[in-house]
Design a protein around this ligand. Structure first.
Ligand code: NAD
Length: 247
């Protein structure tokens, strides 16, 4: 029996790799993306890959997307809440409306999709995989909106895991720096700053998504996949780390 997989933001980057990997695993995949041209091109590559055009910030669009997915796949076993985008924060005077839009994409949409798919997921003993960021736990200045939605999705993950137990296992992945641009030439400083010695790839994240869908004893967790970046302790002057103070 082929599983029915739903992915948000499947037209590019990490989401695209997740779609590819489920297709390779023999599943049917339905993805939503706001970028119509690029996504339609991608969907043409596989007969079991279905594209729905829309903005996940709109709850009506999400409802239509789930109906489309049921029509194309006949069942839903896995929901991957992946789509998001970058944003600024308080130093840039990010407006209330823009902050709210970020919440709609990064937090309200994952909740609404989970709600719309709940009965299917319970029936099929399914999985929800949320994509957060290591920025859920650490911050640079001027990142309030993105950081808030990523912190929120970590908490949403354990809340959903308790509500939907034992039928649906819900987990989250917090990626670090993942190369989604195809850039080949990173500086040796960039690579060395990450304990694993490389910039991550979409495959590093999709591998974890597929693993979390195969196992049955992890739920409510957020797994950080960042090459160890968040584990490095930094003191000015130690181990070649220097903090430059701007006057
Ligand atoms: P990406 O920009 O390469 O791809 C995101 C996809 O989502 C695009 O196809 C875009 O069109 C789509 N999308 C954006 N907003 C949408 C909306 N409102 N409705 C529908 N589709 C929408 O991004 P990525 O780097 O692959 O990121 C995927 C996930 O991983 C995001 O949740 C991101 O926050 C997270 N993440 C990425 C990194 C990284 O370094 N790339 C690090 C940590 C977390």
């Amino acid at each position: 029996m082929k599983r029915g997989i739903i992915v948000t933001g499947g037209g590019h980057g990490i989401g695209k790799q997740i779609c590819e990997d489920f297709i390779q695993a023999g599943d049917k995949v339905c993805f939503i993306d706001i970028d119509e041209k690029r996504s339609a091109e991608f969907a043409k590559e596989h007969s079991e890959l279905f594209f729905f055009h829309g903005d996940i910030a709109n709850p009506l669009t999400l409802k239509e997307f789930v109906e489309f997915a049921m029509e194309k796949m006949g069942r839903i076993d896995v929901v991957v809440n992946n789509a998001c985008r970058g944003s600024k924060g308080i130093l840039s005077s990010l407006s209330y409306e823009e902050f709210d839009y970020m919440l709609s994409i990064g937090l309200k949409a994952p909740y609404e999709l989970s709600r719309l798919c709940k009965d299917e997921l319970i029936k099929n003993k399914g999985r929800i995989i949320n994509i957060a960021s290591s920025r859920a736990f650490q911050s640079e200045p001027d990142t309030e909106a993105y950081t808030s939605v990523k912190g929120g999705i970590v908490a949403l993950t354990h809340a959903l895991a308790m509500s939907l137990a034992p039928n649906v296992l819900v987990n989250c992945i917090a990626p670090g720096w993942i190369n989604v641009t195809g850039e080949q030439n990173f500086s040796c400083e960039d690579r060395a700053a990450i304990p694993a010695g490389k910039i991550g790839t979409p495959k590093d994240i999709s591998n974890m998504v597929l693993f979390l869908c195969e196992q049955d004893f992890i739920t409510g967790e957020t797994i950080t996949v960042d090459g160890g970046m968040n584990k490095r302790m930094i003191y000015h002057g130690d181990w070649n780390w220097y903090y430059r103070v701007n006057d």
